[in-house]
Design a protein around this ligand. Sequence first.
Ligand SMILES: Nc1nc2c(ncn2[C@@H]2O[C@H](COP(=O)(O)OP(=O)(O)OP(=O)(O)O)[C@@H](O)[C@H]2O)c(=O)[nH]1
Ligand SMILES: [Mg+2]
Length: 234
Amino acid sequence: MVYSVGDMYKEYRNSDLSRKSQEVGIIFDVMVTGVTGAGKSTTLNTIFSKEVSKVGKGVEPETMETESFRLNDSFRLWDSPGLGDGVAKDKEHSKKIVDLLYKDYDSNGQSYGFIDLVLVIIEGSNRDMGTTYKLLNDVIVPNFQKERVFVAINQADMAMKGRYWCYDSNSPKFELKQYLEEQASSIQRRVKEATGVDIIRPIYYSAEHNYNIEKLMDLFIDYMPKEKRTLVYV
Ligand SMILES: Nc1nc2c(ncn2[C@@H]2O[C@H](COP(=O)(O)OP(=O)(O)OP(=O)(O)O)[C@@H](O)[C@H]2O)c(=O)[nH]1
Ligand SMILES: [Mg+2]
């Protein structure tokens, strides 16, 4: 993938982001998670307009550790290893994710969690949601506040097996757009049924094609919690 010159999203709504983070008194931290190959690392690379995290080339999972990247003074993103590569690896990766969810800092004698918000990325073409539900049910929800969990659909370009993606306008054609809208409603409903989590309607984007990344940034900025995250041990 070729990155265009300049830092496209570094300055995106920077005054909103900076005001909000100053109100809470922290730099916002978002953990990006999802099954292996969903495009977590690609999403980070597109937001940073450069390769900060290695993208998988084959069927092997790529990211093995949690790692943070600072976009600007107000915002930091964390990449994490994906689930869905066998029981042993899932266990190892789940532990790393849970460790990050409990990573803490002290402020005025209180302990707070580093991670303010979790973004679960789902592949647009993904019909088997099993591993995503497992990630939500077994790893995220028991260790993190539900209302801070968001879902987004990546690989919008591939959602109908690559058909109806318009390369000229770099956006979905009517048929694909309709499909993605339905997909968003269906995922919202299915996540509720399978995990009990009431997510807001997922946005869809393409990390590879740099499509709707503004929507993703808007999601972070608009829904960033107004309070630090108190740690609750279960
Ligand atoms: N067509 C298309 N391919 C994408 C998109 N996003 C990611 N990919 C491809 O999907 C594959 C996996 O991407 P990664 O970013 O490595 O996925 P990951 O979620 O970080 O995977 P792990 O690190 O293994 O957990 C790569 O071949 C990417 O080029 C997208 O929006 N569209
Ligand atoms: Mg990765």
